[in-house]
Write a protein that binds this ligand. Structure first.
Ligand SMILES: [Zn+2]
Length: 399
C-alpha cells in the first residue's frame, strides 16, 4: 500500500526485485542493460510515490549504481531528499560483478530536514517524472487520503522512545541510540563510537550525542571520559545539542561523585588530539579542598612557564578559543575554569601530572597512563562496576 499524506516524507529503503522502468544510464552503467526496455513501470510508480532514499533492485544480473536523483522539481516544489538507485548482480556471479552493498544510514525520522534534503553535487532530475511520463505514472495508483504515514519497517524510533523495563535489567549494557548523522573522522579513530577501533568494553554509558568511557590507564578506577559519539575535535566545534548533553553528563557526574565523597576535576587538552576527550577525574574530598587543586594547577603551570588564566565562571570556551586553536583548560567542581592558549610545545601529560602530584592525589608514579595499564579482564570488571554504580544517576534511562 502506498502512503502519501502531507506528513509523509518518504521511506529510507525500498527493495524491489524488478528494476524500475526508465531509470536511465547515469553513473557507472556499463550500458549492458537497456533501461528503456527492462524493468517495470509499476516499480517506477512505486519509487515516485515512496521516495526511498535508497532503492535496491535485482533481476537484471547487473551491478548499476545510478547518480542520485531529485524527488522535487527545482524552484517549484520544496526541496526533498534525493534517491539513490542501486542494482546488484547475482550472488557469486562468475564475472565478479558487485552483488553486495555495505552502507550505514540514519533513519530520516531522526534527521534534520536541512540535512536530509541536502542535495548531492551530482544529483540529476527525477528520471520517472520527465517527458510526459509523470502524468501516467502519477495517476496509475490511487493515493489514500490519510492515516497511513507509517513506515512499518526500519522504524527504529518506536522502540527507542519507549521507557525501558522497570526492572532496569536491560540498562546494564550500554544502549546505543541513533543520533543524527555525526561528523565522520578522516581516518581511523579510537573514540568515534561507531568506529571498530573503539574499546567497547570500556564504554560505561551512552546518551544521544555523547558517551562515557573509563579512561584507559586511568588515575583511579572511576576516572572517566565524556566523549562525543561523532567525530568532533574539541568542545569549540560542538553543536548546541551536543554541548547540552556534555553539560548534562558533567552535572550528573558531579552529583554521582559527590555522593561518593569526591569532587570532580575536568580537563580538556585540544592539542595533538583528534577526538574530543573531556577527562573527568574524581578527587576524594578528604584529599584537599577545591582551592588546593586550583593552586596546584597554577603553581605547577608557572613552574613550566605555562600561562594559566582564570576565566569567568560559566564562560564558554567557544567565546575564548577560535575553532582550530589549540588550548588546555581545567574546570573545577565549583565551575571555575583555568585556561591556557597553547602556542607550541605543551606537555601532553600536564593535567594528569598535576592531579597525580603530591598536592592532590599524591600518586606521582601514575602520572603517565602507560604505567597504569591493566588487563582487559580487569578493565571489564571496573567498567561493570562503574555501570552498576552509575545506574541510579543515569539520565539516559529517563526519556
Ligand atoms: Zn573520532
Amino acid at each position: 500500500m502506498l502512503c502519501s499524506t502531507s506528513q509523509f516524507k518518504g521511506v529510507d529503503i525500498l527493495l524491489t526485485s524488478p528494476w524500475p522502468k526508465y531509470v536511465g544510464n547515469f553513473g557507472n552503467s556499463s550500458g549492458e542493460v537497456d533501461t528503456k526496455k527492462c524493468g517495470s513501470a509499476l516499480v517506477s510508480s512505486l519509487a515516485t510515490s515512496l521516495k526511498p532514499r535508497y532503492h535496491f533492485a535485482a533481476l537484471e544480473k547487473s551491478y548499476y549504481e545510478r547518480l542520485p536523483y531529485r524527488n522535487h522539481v527545482v524552484l517549484q516544489e520544496n526541496a526533498q531528499h534525493a534517491t539513490r538507485f542501486i542494482a546488484l548482480a547475482n550472488v557469486g556471479n562468475p564475472e565478479k560483478k558487485k552483488y553486495l552493498y555495505a552502507f550505514s544510514i540514519v533513519p530520516m525520522k531522526l534527521m534534520d530536514t536541512a540535512e536530509l534534503v541536502k542535495q548531492p553535487p551530482d544529483v540529476t532530475e527525477n528520471p520517472y517524472r520527465k517527458s510526459g511520463k509523470e502524468a501516467s505514472i502519477g495517476k496509475q495508483i490511487p493515493i489514500p487520503e490519510e492515516d497511513s504515514a507509517c513506515q512499518f519497517f526500519f522504524d527504529l524510533n518506536e522502540k527507542q522512545g519507549r521507557k525501558r523495563s522497570s526492572t532496569g535489567r536491560d540498562s546494564k549494557s550500554p544502549h546505543p541510540k541513533q543520533p543524527r548523522k555525526p561528523p565522520q573522522p578522516p581516518g581511523p579513530c579510537w573514540f568515534c563510537l561507531a568506529s571498530p577501533e573503539v574499546e567497547k568494553h570500556l564504554v560505561v554509558n551512552i546518551g544521544t550525542h555523547c558517551y562515557l568511557a573509563l579512561a584507559k590507564g586511568g588515575l583511579s578506577d572511576d576516572h572517566v571520559l565524556i566523549l562525543p559519539i561523532g567525530h568532533y575535535q574539541s568542545v569549540v566545534e560542538l553543536s548546541a545539542e551536543v554541548v547540552e548533553e556534555v553539560e548534562k553528563y558533567k552535572a550528573t557526574l558531579r552529583r554521582f561523585f559527590k555522593n561518593r565523597g569526591k569532587r570532580c576535576v575536568l580537563f580538556e587538552r585540544n592539542y595533538k588530539s583528534h577526538h574530543l576527550q573531556l577527562q573527568v577525574i574524581p578527587v576524594p574530598l578528604s584529599c584537599c579542598a577545591t582551592d588546593d587543586i586550583k593552586d596546584a594547577f597554577i603553581t605547577q603551570a608557572q613552574e613550566q612557564q605555562i600561562e594559566l588564566l582564570e576565566i569567568p565562571e560559566h564562560s564558554d570556551i567557544k567565546q575564548i578559543a577560535q575553532p582550530g586553536a589549540a588550548y588546555f583548560y581545567v574546570e573545577l567542581d565549583t565551575g571555575e575554569k583555568l585556561f591556557h592558549r597553547i602556542k607550541k610545545n605543551f606537555p601532553l601529560q600536564f593535567g594528569r601530572e598535576v592531579l597525580a602530584s603530591e598536592a592532590i592525589l599524591n600518586i606521582p608514579n601514575k602520572s603517565d597512563w602507560r604505567q597504569c595499564q591493566i588487563s582487559k579482564e580487569e578493565e571489564e570488571i571496573l567498567a561493570r562496576r562503574f555501570r552498576k554504580d552509575f545506574e541510579p544517576f543515569d539520565f539516559t534511562l529517563d526519556d
